[in-house]
Design a binder for this molecule. Structure first.
Ligand code: SF4
Length: 352
């Protein structure tokens, strides 16, 4: 064991060490050393070094969390959460960290490993690449690279919502120190660690829909006209696990919840985002239109096909439909056939 580690523990023991099951107290040359499995009282530096070495897992753990881990409260808590520190005793955690402990954060898969005495290294990749060998993935080590990486989805389309479920795949940061890992997560999912931590402490400040809508000005000022039911439809469209990694915590206001199930993301959403506000502007205008009655004659299969098509677009499934899969109502040729049959002359007959 390093002299630096032993010196740190020797000095800290003067005031008493009590952390993750390790207790060390020193009075002059006499040291009381205790772990859940063992305790000993020894005298002299040499005996102290011997007993510390016998409990290397505990000492290593203490050293990391007091000398190497980030000190900012939310960062410290996040790193502890990543390795399951509050629910896994040091003896088990030490063994698990040798092989790597993995957690999900949105679409990220984060793995923390111990890489030496009192050291941790972190790896990040898209969860869809979790079972891939590292070789085909592009490797990065500079957190700044993540900012560029997550700007566009796998098809090169700009991602206006950083927590949307279209994080691109094919990359890995496989050897990051704690601070670099935290910086990378911040580029991928900004402010999610801070808000997660606030929520755990019970002081997440939530701004609800009505307050957000009332604050809008200019072309967005009209969104406060959107009725409550439509706000619910909007949340159901945008704030669900299939579309966004955040868990919606905002409602209509403090007292009036939206009648819409919440998603299950690891980190909270504390206010309607700009994407939802922009969508609200469009639907507010659309909802102002009066309804009209149309008559459209469809066979039962055609009606089912239209429903399938709407569903396929809403679930972003179009790219998965094979060209020759004519049984799928959203198959391109089937849809073109229906368009030719029903809509080639503009609106169908029966418009009233
Ligand atoms: S408002 Fe909805 S879509 Fe926007 S970040 Fe929050 S949960 Fe996601």
């Amino acid at each position: 064991m390093d002299d630096d580690v032993l010196d740190s523990l020797w000095l800290a023991a003067d005031h008493g060490v009590s952390f993750d099951g390790l207790h060390v107290d020193r009075t002059d040359e006499t040291v009381h050393f205790e772990t859940p499995a063992d305790d000993a009282t020894v005298t002299g530096r040499a005996a102290f070094e011997e007993v510390a070495t016998e409990h290397a897992a505990y000492v290593s753990n203490w050293f990391f969390w007091h000398e190497r881990a980030p000190t900012r409260d939310d960062h410290w808590a996040f790193c502890r959460w990543l390795e399951g520190a509050s629910e896994t005793p040091v003896s088990d955690r030490h063994a698990a960290l040798d092989g790597g402990v993995t957690r999900s954060w949105g679409q990220l898969e984060l793995t923390v490993s111990s890489t030496g005495f009192g050291e941790r290294r972190y790896a990040l990749r898209h969860e869809a690449d979790a079972d891939e060998p590292l070789a085909p993935l592009t490797r990065y080590d500079d957190p700044l690279a993540a900012r560029q990486l997550v700007k566009h989805d796998g098809d090169g389309r700009y991602r206006p919502l950083k927590t949307a479920t279209n994080l691109p795949t094919g990359w890995v940061f496989d050897d990051l120190l704690p601070e670099a890992m935290l910086e990378t997560v911040e580029y991928v999912y900004p402010a999610t660690i801070a808000n997660w931590y606030r929520e755990r402490k019970g002081d997440l400040d939530v701004t609800h829909w009505r307050e957000t809508a009332a604050r809008q000005t200019g072309i967005y000022g009209l969104v406060s006209d959107l009725d409550d039911e439509a706000v619910g439809w909007l949340a159901e469209a945008c704030c669900v696990d299939s579309q966004c990694c955040k868990r919606r915590e905002w409602d209509l206001d403090d007292e009036c919840d939206l009648d819409v199930p919440r998603s299950e993301g690891a980190f909270p959403c504390r206010e309607p985002c700009s994407l939802v506000v922009a969508a609200a502007r469009t639907v507010t205008k659309l909802e102002r239109e009066a309804t009209e009655t149309y008559e459209l004659e469809l066979t039962p299969s055609e009606k089912a096909q239209l429903e399938t098509l709407v569903d396929a677009v809403a679930e972003d499934r179009l790219d998965e439909i094979r060209e020759a899969d004519f049984d799928d109502g959203a198959n391109r040729y089937r849809v073109r056939y229906l368009r030719t049959k029903l809509f080639d002359d503009g609106l169908p007959d029966g418009h009233s």
